[in-house]
Design a protein around this ligand. Sequence first.
Ligand SMILES: [Fe+2]
Ligand SMILES: [Fe+2]
Length: 140
Amino acid sequence: MTTKTELIKGLNDDLAGEWGTIMRYTYQSGKAFGLRGAELREIFEGEIQDEMGHAAYLTDVIVDLGGEPTTTPQTFDKPDNLKSMLELDLEMELQDVNNYAIRAKQAENLGEIELKVKLEEMAADEAGHARELRRLLRGA
Ligand SMILES: [Fe+2]
Ligand SMILES: [Fe+2]
């Protein structure tokens, strides 16, 4: 059985992850050189918008549940080539899918239906990001 405190703690871990992802994609955009880098920058731009939406939603929900939303990003590795960057991103996106699936179950346990549905949608967004990254990696 999940407690509300556990749910808030989990959502804050997710939020730290989102801040970290926004920073990672922004950092990687700056380090994406050449023609392939230019394409990558466009893709990152779109994904940063999605992750910003996730971070804003999580912040609102944590406040609504009576918690204090984190503003500290999760730290991330900084590989020095595009392929390793994309591999890292894919791994992180898949981790996010898994985390949101777990969080959705916890929300359901607590009867937080709107939250459960939104978290599942966020898991789906991250799965979409992962698919995009797999496509990019096929040509890397
Ligand atoms: Fe996200
Ligand atoms: Fe994502």
